[in-house]
Write a protein that binds this ligand. Structure first.
Ligand code: KG4
Ligand code: ZN
Length: 369
């Protein structure tokens, strides 16, 4: 539909410079530049390196996205950007770029939440999200169960990790196994050739008295590291594929078990899984199996939309425009610890997404005051 909002989204919360363009829930472009290779030798993302890479990649990536979508920047109805959570310096590059483009073009600016974007992106693949949606959000920095009655305005935490994020556990175990960074994709690949029941690793917080929707992966991580160390000390070869498969099974067993339980307890018949770890093939398969058995419809975006990208930011921005949510003010700033309960950072002024003159006025006021 031509009257659906055309929105460009910018993502720079970690090491991917992502620029996506959507029309409503239709994906038009998804351009990405990653600095992951520059971080690999450090075994993790180096914030200063990430910021510098975003700065260099920003303008070319925006131009690539516009070209790919076959649209002109003038036709945009809004510019969305990840305002947080994430690395402060990295976020700042995206926010500054979004502000500059929005101001120069006279378009409304929408500072949105990275975590809500990971959920909203599924609209590009499977159409409008049911309301409410139960979402299992599993990334390098976060692992949460969220109940979202309205992804633009009402996201409620059911539970979260009390220590490591799921992706962080994958990255740490990969480091112990000397498999490089990031660890998720390589463990996923090796696990396919291993036996998931070879070693029984602990399932954190699954006792009858434990918090039903919280996660803990730090005990698992220690247990896997100790098991590997014992093998090495005994001069035995570490069965890397079996360790990868058994570790991965422990993670996805707990994630899917708790997510299905949350759906049942809340009477929600849809489960959405998002974030980088949602790219995991075993997580997707086990979630499908368990959801089917419980009569729950599973929605998981394709792997490329699970890891950080600009399309997810554009998807949430377009939803903000479609629902007439207020745009952000020009003093929008990056918030490295933006809470998951704030899907976007609205300004004080009322919705004005079709009122470009008004946007200009607000911008001028702020610039000259
Ligand atoms: O969402 P994301 O791209 O960035 C953050 O917002 O954190 O997630 C990155 C995380 C990393 O920890 C990475 O190892 C993990 O997602 N990951 C995976 C897979 N692909 C990426 N974990 C398990 N299996 C995968 N296939
Ligand atoms: Zn992410």
């Amino acid at each position: 539909m031509a009257d659906e909002p055309l929105v460009l989204g910018i993502e720079t919360s970690c090491d991917e410079t992502g620029v996506g363009i959507v029309r409503g829930t239709t994906l038009l472009a998804d351009a990405i530049a990653s600095s992951v290779d520059e971080h690999a030798r450090f075994g993790g993302v180096v914030p200063e390196v990430a910021s510098r890479a975003h700065l260099e990649a920003m303008v070319p990536t925006i131009e690539r996205a516009l070209k790919e979508a076959g649209v002109s920047a003038r036709d945009l109805d809004g510019i969305a950007v990840t305002a947080g959570p994430g690395l402060a310096g990295a976020l700042l590059v995206g926010v500054s770029a979004a502000k500059s483009y929005a101001y120069a073009l006279g378009k409304p600016l929408y500072g949105v939440n990275h975590l809500a974007s990971h959920i909203c992106v599924d609209q590009l693949e499977h159409g409008p999200l049911p309301e409410p949606t139960m979402a299992l959000l599993v990334s390098g920095g976060h692992s949460s169960l969220l109940l979202a009655p309205d992804i633009t305005a009402d996201v409620r935490p059911m539970g979260a990790t009390i220590d490591d994020a799921a992706g962080e556990a994958f990255d740490k175990i990969a480091r112990v196994l000397q498999l490089g960074f990031p660890g998720g994709p390589v463990i996923d690949r090796l696990a396919r050739e291993g036996d998931p029941s070879a070693i029984t690793f602990p399932r954190g917080l699954t006792g009858p008295r434990d918090a039903p929707y919280d996660f803990s992966f730090s005990g698992l991580k220690t247990s896997v590291a100790r098991w590997i160390e014992a093998k090495r000390n005994a001069g035995e070869e570490v069965p890397v594929r079996d360790v990868a498969a058994s570790f991965q099974e422990a993670v996805v067993d707990v994630l899917t078990r708790k997510a299905v339980r949350a759906c049942k307890d809340e009477g929600v018949d849809h489960l959405m899984i998002g974030g980088g770890v949602a790219a995991n093939s075993r997580l997707r398969a086990l979630a499908q199996e368990r959801c089917e058995r419980a009569g729950i419809r599973l929605r998981v975006p394709r792997p490329g939309l699970c890891t950080d990208n600009g399309a997810m930011v554009a998807a949430l921005g377009a939803e903000m425009v479609a629902r007439n949510r207020p745009a952000s003010d020009w003093e929008l700033s990056a918030d490295s610890s933006l809470p998951v309960t704030e899907p976007h950072v609205p300004g004080q002024s009322p919705a004005h997404h079709h009122d470009h003159d008004h946007v200009h006025e607000v911008a001028k006021d702020n610039l000259y005051s």
